[in-house]
Design a protein around this ligand. Structure first.
Ligand SMILES: NC(=O)c1ccc[n+]([C@@H]2O[C@H](COP(=O)([O-])OP(=O)(O)OC[C@H]3O[C@@H](n4cnc5c(N)ncnc54)[C@H](OP(=O)(O)O)[C@@H]3O)[C@@H](O)[C@H]2O)c1
Length: 248
């Protein structure tokens, strides 16, 4: 089975490519830069995309760039249709219809494009990756105080769990919207920030802020969590412990 992974060099994509290889597949990886096992292509210009999808059975679409995802998906879909790709698997995000945010609005538009795109499809929504929270805390901890959204629950998931689910979906028949995948624990953002500080040996005052606005309100109301889909296995603490032990 020929599988193409867009975004196969990204945080999730790398885990997915590793999972597929461990399962005995030789996935093609679409990237803007050449490298081992990669096919060079750019979803923003369309260059290399028809060649990348030629002869492919399943495309897993995990490429993203803020502000560019809708036209990129349209280009990918056209190429996939023209090449008679049998299955397009898309990774989306839990709560994009509840939390007002430009990136999420684009994500909803991409979901609709895929649903109407003429290529049999599967859409999986996942919660925030552990890596995203770690990156966010890294950026927020540049000052002595680390501000977080007060009363905001998150349910981060590990990319290895998401990769396992995507790899299974990629080799199965197109399934439409499948149950979401969320992490094993729901925790306040402040709690996750303290765990990150502890694991990385940093000392900062975590400051919960009751931020105004529709985005913060929706996140506080649980817009980004999926309590009935807590099927991820790897906790944020386990993710942090593995990262720390790799560094030490
Ligand atoms: N981060 C989260 O918490 C989270 C949660 C749920 C779902 N998701 C979704 O999961 C997907 C992957 O997220 P991620 O965090 O793993 O992304 P990421 O690490 O930012 O990686 C982005 C990938 O997109 C590729 N890319 C960007 N622009 C491209 C272009 N014009 N043409 C071809 N490839 C392009 C990059 O490849 P090159 O640089 O090699 O070209 C890279 O592999 C996204 O759809 C995201 O919305 C993310």
């Amino acid at each position: 089975m020929e599988i193409l992974v867009t975004g196969g060099t990204g945080t999730l994509g790398r885990a997915l490519v590793a999972r597929l290889r461990a399962d005995g597949h030789l996935p093609r990886v679409l990237s803007r830069r050449p490298g081992d096992g990669r096919i060079v292509g750019d979803l923003e210009t369309g260059a290399g995309v028809p060649e990348a999808v030629r002869g492919v059975d399943t495309v897993v679409h995990a490429a993203t760039r803020f502000g560019h995802d809708v036209p990129a998906a349209a280009r990918l879909l056209k190429a996939a249709r023209d090449a008679d790709v049998r299955h397009l698997v898309f990774i989306s995000i839990v709560g994009i219809d509840r939390v007002p945010y430009r990136y999420y609005r684009d994500k909803q538009r991409v979901e609709r494009l895929i649903e109407d795109g003429g290529v049999p499809w599967t859409i999986l929504r996942a919660t925030q990756f552990h890596d995203l929270l770690a990156m966010l805390f890294g950026a927020l901890s540049r000052s002595p105080v680390l501000p977080v959204l007060a009363g905001a629950p998150f349910q981060p998931v590990d990319v290895r769990d998401v990769a396992d689910r995507l790899a299974a979906l990629a080799v199965a028949e197109p399934a439409g919207r499948v149950p979401a995948l969320a992490g094993p624990q729901i925790r306040p953002m402040a709690d996750l920030a303290r765990a990150w500080l502890h694991a990385t040996g940093r000392h900062r005052l975590v400051l919960p802020v009751r931020a105004p606005g529709a985005f913060a309100r929706a996140v506080r109301a649980g817009g980004l969590v999926a309590p009935s889909h807590a099927d991820g296995r790897i906790t944020f603490d386990e993710y942090l412990a593995a990262r720390t032990s790799v560094r030490s």
